[in-house]
Design a protein around this ligand. Structure first.
Ligand code: ADP
Ligand code: MG
Length: 567
């Protein structure tokens, strides 16, 4: 884990050494004060030279000014290093999330993922910056203070070493325990986010059912669980802080009593005694930092572990090493003995073979749950077939890069997802570099023209979160406009009109017919009337192809299609 963490410093080598060097120098300069006090008492005072004393004071002040400068450097550039590493990790986590497949997302809850990219990484920057520096300074101050103390009085210095095992024990026992505790806290925080996300995202459903009390109770439960985890952390902190305090003050008492003893037997001067006591104060400073070690670091480490877990989930659908960009496709689509199940034990598609000619409109019909949507989700490789293969223009999908394949497939489905911005942004999502004229043209083709003209802000109208300010039919048209803009050779229409009233459906149907012109179109329709003009109709039942042919053929056959059409 340490090696993985260290890799993140690579782009910041310069900053790291600047910060590290200044922090170390600053730590060393802290040793100046005890030495100065000893000098004042043992050498300056007996001389009675006031001018020299003022001069020495001025020199000490200069040292502190220098140190102040060093501290400013550490505070700004050190945190710059930390936040740099933190943002790099966030970017990497986000990038990873973009590449994970639908199969993985099917099992996730948004709130947890949000927590992983936000809260989990919040302490990383602090740890990245203070971690190595604190460790090194602790060792340096331990060593430096010890060397100086040993120079003053070796026996007394040896006594102070008793603190070392106490420190090591505290850090290992409580640091480890706190890391586990923070892991739990982050998990609970994720649960909490999930609850919040769903209660707020689903507020319209919550209020429709007047289930606010129910939601409140669920939230209260998660809130209590979170509090319990945090209290657990504070309990550990309470014990470790107190133990730490006892160790620190204990050593000072030892130094005080033993030092007095040595002054009395004449082996230690008064100045040496005072200087030693002050040095011992510096010596235990790393111990004071233990509070940070036990609070901040375990947070950072727990977050980093969770981050590594996320990165360790390999996208199960990705470009094969030999994958090449798809050429412009003519749109021949072939399913060859395709088998698939979301759960391998429960197949959804069995030995499905379909041959779609370029430019053909093929409708998929069949009972609900027959696997129609699933079959079409395999074409853009949202899921991977377990058996058989799918080709476009004779090329196995796995031989093409995902990007180049998906860019040539347009999808309009029943539930349209709109982003919270403007109509223009939502349409332009079809092709991000589209010009104003192109956006307007595709909006017109999708029959959005009258709507846009009726809005005071036109294309600049904000559609609200997920497009809440638009009707179902309007959202559907935005989805169609996106695909017009993308202009792909292959089109997937999944019950694109099924949620609409008859009037709107006719309007949208006209736009869809226009969209389908000259493209290979795979269409799933709830109502058979919408697909009777399709070139061919494939009837799916239980994940198998039950029959295929045009409307007249299938109707005459008296099979499943005829029965569905009659019903
Ligand atoms: P259709 O579109 O023909 O109504 P689907 O392809 O949506 O049918 O669903 C086929 C089967 O797969 C159903 O039993 C459904 O419950 C299941 N299913 C669909 N999507 C998922 C998913 N993401 N995870 C697990 N099972 C799914
Ligand atoms: Mg479906």
């Amino acid at each position: 884990m340490l090696r993985q963490f260290a890799a993140y410093y690579r782009p910041y080598r310069g900053l790291f050494w600047l910060d590290f060097g200044c922090a170390v120098a600053s730590g060393l300069l802290e040793l100046a004060f005890p030495l100065a006090v000893r000098g004042f008492i043992d050498h300056l005072l007996p001389r009675g030279d006031l001018a020299l004393t003022v001069l020495a004071g001025g020199a000490l002040l200069l040292v502190y000014l220098l140190n102040a400068g060093l501290m400013a450097v550490v505070t700004y550039w050190g945190h710059k290093l930390g936040i740099g590493i933190e943002t790099d990790m966030r970017a990497r986590a986000f990038d990873h999330l973009q590449r994970l497949s639908w199969r993985w997302y099917d099992k996730q809850r948004t709130g947890h993922l949000v927590a992983r990219v936000t809260r989990d990484l919040e302490e990383i920057g602090e740890v990245a910056h203070h971690g190595p520096e604190d460790l090194f300074i602790a060792v340096m101050t331990f060593a430096g203070a010890f060397a100086l103390m040993a120079a003053i009085h070796p026996t007394l210095a040896l006594l102070t070493l008793a603190i070392v095992p106490a420190t090591v024990a505290l850090v290992t026992v409580y640091g480890g325990r706190m890391t586990d505790t923070w892991r739990t806290i982050f998990g609970r925080l994720g649960d909490f986010n999930v609850r919040l996300e769903e209660a707020v995202g689903g507020i319209r459903v919550v209020q429709s059912f007047a289930n606010e009390d129910h939601e409140r109770a669920l939230f209260a439960r998660d809130n209590a669980r979170y509090r319990a985890a945090k209290l657990d952390a504070y309990r550990t902190m309470a014990v470790s802080t107190s133990l730490n305090y006892v160790a620190m003050r204990g050593i000072q008492v030892v130094v005080l009593v033993a030092g007095a003893w040595f002054v009395l037997d004449g082996s230690l001067s008064t100045g040496g005694f005072v200087g030693f006591v002050l040095l011992a104060g510096v010596f235990v400073q790393p111990l004071q930092k233990i509070a940070a070690v036990i609070e901040t670091y375990p947070k950072g480490i727990a977050g980093f572990r969770r981050y590594l877990e996320l990165l360790a989930t390999e996208p199960d659908i990705a470009d094969a090493p030999h994958a090449r960009p798809a050429p412009p496709l003519s749109g021949a689509v072939r399913f060859e003995g395709v088998g698939f199940g979301y759960d391998p034990a429960r197949p959804v598609l069995r030995d499905l073979t379909l041959d779609v000619r370029p430019g053909e409109t093929l409708a998929l019909v069949g009972p609900s749950g027959a696997g129609k949507t699933t079959a079409l989700a395999l074409l853009p490789r949202f899921y991977e077939p377990a058996a058989g293969r799918i080709t476009v223009d004779g090329i196995d999908l796995r031989d093409l890069t995902l990007d180049s394949l998906r860019r040539q497939i347009g999808i309009v489905s029943q539930d349209v997802f709109l982003f919270g911005g403007t109509l223009r942004e939502n349409i332009a999502y079809g092709r991000l570099d589209a010009t104003e004229a192109e956006i307007r043209a595709s909006a017109d083709l999708a029959r959005l023209g009258p709507l846009i003209d009726s809005l005071p802000l036109g294309l600049d109208t904000i559609v609200g979160e997920r497009g809440v300010t638009l009707s179902g039919g309007q959202k559907q048209r935005v989805a169609i406009a996106r695909v017009f803009l993308r202009n792909p050779p292959i089109l997937i229409l999944d019950e694109a009109t099924s949620a609409l009233d008859t009037e709107t459906e006719r309007e949208i149907q006209a736009a869809l017919d226009r969209l389908a012109e000259g493209r290979t179109t795979l269409i799933i329709a709830h109502r058979l009337a919408t697909v009777r003009h399709a070139d061919r109709i494939a009837v799916l039942e239980g994940g198998r192809l039950a029959e295929i042919g045009n409307h007249a053929e299938l109707a005459a056959r008296g099979g499943l299609y005829a029965r569905l059409a009659a019903a």
